[in-house]
Design a protein. Structure first.
Lengths: 442, 418
């Protein structure tokens, strides 16, 4: 109905009408372009910050909080439990067979050394994790593979390097089977990761949610062997360790481990939660978990929401972007009114010569749509400029300031739709003119 | 003037859609620009706050040994002595955390006097040796610096209790001991936290040095900006580096950063230097977010003002075109050019007035919303009248062109088409 044989002719008319008022048209395109450009710049960053980093698995990935407070003051019974696990609780949960896969991990800084020499020793992060890390978070491999559960259980001295570390130590060659010294220990390389940059880096919050995965990874079961304390990210204690030795460090009521599990069905989620609750009740008998039952299980997106990535400043910038777009649309709206009202004589003439209201309306909408499209394209260009500017302003936004296909489509669609909305009423008003009215005065 | 408002208003009421849209636009622009300027001001204040140290000539080196020693005292002292001997270096010291880097240690302190019975003040604390004041370029107002024998060097990872002596800034001295003359605060005793009873003697008062929370802008930001203390201690950690700071003669920094690097490797090649950074760079990184927010809001405000003036120009040009015949008639009936000019001006002033009244209310509403979601203080309302004046001027400038065009309509136009 909207599209028929005369659509091309109407399109020509629309173009002609745009060209007839060059200043007004340019002002409209500029206003929409600036509005879309500025708001898209901010929305892009927001969109990439809050994107689901693992859409295939996000419904099955869970982390938990165990409320092991020793004292609970009044009114704080329902406070969120700690977002990290204690060592002994993590070990207990690791034994559960409810989850199909599990990853317990933490990281520290350590010194890396190439055994052949030729590379200066350097600092980097060093992660201890169960092999579930690689399957839960879909880690891609360049060479080799992750260590097996058996190697984990045997406390084998094996290591997986990140791509970058492999570049630094071995010039990017396949290093599987080579040995490397990290901290004071020697490890055999079993795998080299490919680039792995989930955004946000959801499975921990120790080094910023938008940082890269650095250094290398070794089995979590080595923790008591190599006695590596966590020195990257937080460790929060509700009671001081009882001694200075490493065992006291592990036994202390301190939260420092990130723990993720795969629970493929809602029943499993329930069973897992129940298992945590039973564990809490059992631990009470040993003087732990003195608060009310207040354990939580979060899936990936619930967890990200809990981390409050979108802070007040981000909300403010989003609001500013939205208000700015509204101002630009109001502006377009006013200009379209001006334009269509100035055309009453022409409209009357067309109507008098037999042009239907519907046809006229279509001509107007085509014109508005074209203006919207031009504005949207200009807006995209400006958004690219804006994003380049933001990369200069904030150095760690490298990965958060690019336009993908989704965003390009959103920008063009948003601009055409919003221009159409802004133009609908002026176009409709313009079509209501009685054919004879303005002919009289000519 | 008064006579004209009624016909103008009634004409605006008849063709109301365009004017309403422009009014709304002016209102939104005012609300947004006023709030943006307020937030930009906050960022600028944070950036412009004097830090109290020789920012331009100090640099920070994070240094660690590949194989840490059990006793780091001799090692650290030797490193620092060697650095101090390099020509062009004024002094060198070791700090717990780089200054003004955004993060750092804080502790509560209280003084027990007649007026201040144990109220605890949160203080930004850095630990330093006896070369600290000279290296950072901090002026000592009263009292004395630490003596070398007052600086303990505990074994790595061993943390000692509260210090015996401290240096505090003038602002902190006034806060901790409110009823004394600043000079008399030297020798007074304070205590750490709520309960600790170890006396800590204030041995000197420094000119103000900014606390590490220079980016905080909440309610007590101004009051707490200089609540800073130096405590004598050289702490090292296993598995982490320690921070050397050195001050150079002006202009020699680039050269000396390279020389210090070489010297440190010469003393002991088996060490790690992590991110040698000038103090100015540390501060730039710390302020990066502030600069970004200020720039984004600034650009958006300018664009918004631009777009709004597009709207005013567009609407006014259109009205002039619409009314060509009407203007001609008025001119033919004896209206002067300046009457026509004034007509469009008054119309614009009416529009702007409605817009800014709406906008002022909206600006306040937006502020209340931002106040609820961000750590910001209350806005000073003097910003709103400034914004109002700006929008009046903007409206005036935008309408001049179209209004001047209107004055050029010839009286004869009125009779032509009839």
């Amino acid at each position: 109905m909207f599209v028929d044989g005369k659509i091309m002719y109407d399109l020509q008319l629309a173009l002609k009408s745009i060209r007839k008022t060059p200043v007004l048209s340019a002002l409209m395109v500029a206003a929409i372009g600036i509005g879309i450009g500025a708001s898209m710049t901010i929305i892009t960053i927001f969109y990439l910050m809050t994107a689901n980093p693992n859409p295939d698995n996000s419904e099955q990935l869970f982390t938990y909080g165990l409320d092991n407070r020793l004292t609970v003051s009044e009114g704080h019974e329902d406070d969120d439990p700690p977002l990290m696990a204690t060592y002994r609780d993590a070990l207990y949960v690791l034994q559960s067979d409810i989850p199909t896969e599990q990853s317990v991990h933490y990281q520290s800084w350590a010194v890396y050394r190439n055994l052949e020499g030729g590379v200066n020793p350097f600092w980097d992060l060093f992660r201890l994790t169960t092999p579930g890390f690689f399957s839960l978070f879909d880690v891609p491999f360049l060479y080799g593979q992750a260590w097996s559960q058996e190697q984990e259980d045997n406390k084998d001295m094996v290591i997986v390097l990140t791509h970058e570390t492999n570049n630094k130590l071995f010039g990017g060659e396949n290093s599987v089977g080579e040995r490397v010294e990290v901290g004071d220990d020697f490890y055999e390389i079993v795998g080299v990761m490919d680039n792995f940059e989930p955004l946000p880096k959801y499975f921990e919050f120790d080094n910023g949610l938008f940082s890269e995965i650095e250094g290398a990874l070794v089995p979590f079961s080595l923790t008591p062997e190599i006695e590596l304390m966590k020195n990257s990210g937080g460790r929060n204690c509700i009671a001081m360790p009882e001694g200075d030795d490493f065992q006291s460090y592990l036994d202390a009521e301190c939260h420092w481990l990130h723990h993720w599990v795969r629970l493929p069905t809602p029943e499993k989620r329930e069973a897992f939660h129940e298992m945590l609750d039973n564990y809490s009740l059992e631990q009470r008998r040993f003087g732990r978990f003195q608060g009310p039952l207040n354990n939580r299980v979060f899936n990936l997106m619930e967890w990200l929401e809990r981390l409050e990535i979108v802070d007040g400043t981000m909300t403010m910038l989003n609001g500013v972007a939205l208000m700015f777009l509204i101002v630009c649309l109001l502006n377009t709206n006013a200009l379209l009114f001006a334009k269509f009202t100035g055309r009453t004589a022409e409209v009357s003439l067309k109507r008098a010569l037999g042009c239907s209201k519907k046809r006229l309306f279509r001509q107007h909408l085509l014109e508005i749509g074209l203006v919207g499209f031009a504005g949207g394209s200009l807006g995209l260009l400006l958004a690219l400029v804006g994003l380049a500017g933001i990369k200069i302003l904030i150095s760690n936004f490298e990965n958060l300031a690019y336009l993908n296909t989704d965003l390009v489509i959103i920008a063009i669609a948003a601009s055409i739709i919003s221009t159409l909305i802004a133009g609908l009423y002026p176009a409709w008003r313009s079509c209501q003119i009685a054919p004879a009215k303005y002919l009289k005065s000519q | 003037m008064k006579m004209e408002i009624r016909p103008i208003a009634s004409s605006m009421l008849r063709n109301r859609t365009g004017p309403i849209l422009i009014c709304l636009q002016i209102a939104l622009t005012l609300a947004l620009v006023v709030n943006s300027v307020f937030i930009i001001q906050l960022q600028m204040e944070k950036i412009a706050r004097p830090l109290g140290t020789d920012v331009d000539n100090t640099a920070n080196f994070n240094v660690a040994l590949v194989d840490p020693l059990d006793d780091m005292e001799a090692f650290v002292k030797n490193d620092l002595d060697e650095i101090r001997r390099i020509p062009g270096i004024i002094d060198a010291t070791i700090v717990l955390t780089p200054l003004h880097a955004g993060g750092g240690m804080s502790n509560g302190y209280r003084s027990v006097s007649e007026t201040n019975t144990g109220q605890v003040t949160n203080v930004s604390v850095n630990e330093i040796d006896e070369h600290g004041l000279n290296t950072l370029g901090v002026e000592l107002l009263y009292g004395r610096n630490f003596r070398a024998d007052e600086v303990p060097y505990p074994a790595p990872n061993v943390q000692l209790g509260p210090p015996k002596v401290v240096l505090v800034t003038e602002s902190l001295a006034r806060k901790l001991v409110p009823d004394s003359e600043v000079a008399d605060i030297v020798g007074k005793v304070i205590y750490q936290g709520d309960l600790d009873t170890t006396p800590i003697e204030i041995i000197g008062i420094m000119a103000d040095v900014a606390a590490h929370w220079i980016n905080y802008s909440g309610e007590f930001a101004d009051e707490a900006a200089y609540h800073f203390m130096l405590s004598p201690m050289v702490q090292t950690w296993i598995g982490e580096g320690h921070n050397y700071v050195f001050r150079t003669e002006p202009g020699a920094q680039d050269r000396l950063m390279a020389e210090v690097t070489d010297k440190l490797y010469e003393i002991n090649p088996d060490r790690l230097l992590y991110d040698p950074t000038t103090q100015a760079e540390i501060i730039r990184r710390n302020h990066e977010g502030n600069v970004a927010i200020a720039t984004i809001l600034g650009v958006i405000s300018v664009l918004m003002i631009m777009v709004t003036s597009f709207g005013i120009v567009g609407l006014a040009s259109f009205t002039v075109n619409q009314r060509t015949r009407q203007i001609g008639t008025r001119r033919a009936l004896g209206a002067k050019r300046r009457d026509i000019f004034r007509y469009f001006l008054v119309e614009n002033i009416l529009l702007t007035t409605i817009g800014v009244v709406l906008g002022s209310a909206l600006a306040y509403g937006v502020h209340l919303f931002l106040f609820s979601i961000m750590h910001i203080p209350r806005m000073s309302f003097s910003l709103i009248p400034v914004g109002v004046v700006v929008l009046y001027v903007l409206g005036f400038v935008a309408v001049i062109g179209p209004a001047r065009r209107a004055t050029r309509v010839a009286p004869a136009v009125a009779s032509r088409a009839v």
